[in-house]
Unconditional design. Structure first.
Length: 88
């Protein structure tokens, strides 16, 4: 039986990458590298498979405009209205 005051603190947890997480990360990295290789290869038309830099630039440009958030709000209100009508 353990005495009060004599209990040891548990060992500090060791942070290890789980095998599933490593496989998932490897799959994501492979897909991104494959995408960029296809984009740079010239096998397809230039804008069919844009480079990751072009995609990132477009996302930043989209998120920096106020029109995006206005349209997002309109879409959210339409979805909420449709759910309310459907729920009734």
């Amino acid at each position: 039986m353990a005495e009060a005051g004599r209990l040891n603190l548990p060992a500090a947890p060791v942070i290890r990458a789980e095998p599933v997480m490593v496989v998932r990360a490897a799959i994501i990295v492979f897909i991104l590298l494959f995408w960029e290789a296809i984009a740079q290869s010239g096998l397809l038309y230039r804008d069919v498979v844009p480079s990751l830099l072009a995609i990132g630039t477009a996302i930043v440009r989209l998120l920096s405009t106020s029109d995006y958030y206005w349209n997002l709000g309109v879409t959210a209100s339409e979805v909420a209205t449709g759910l309310a009508i459907g729920g009734l």
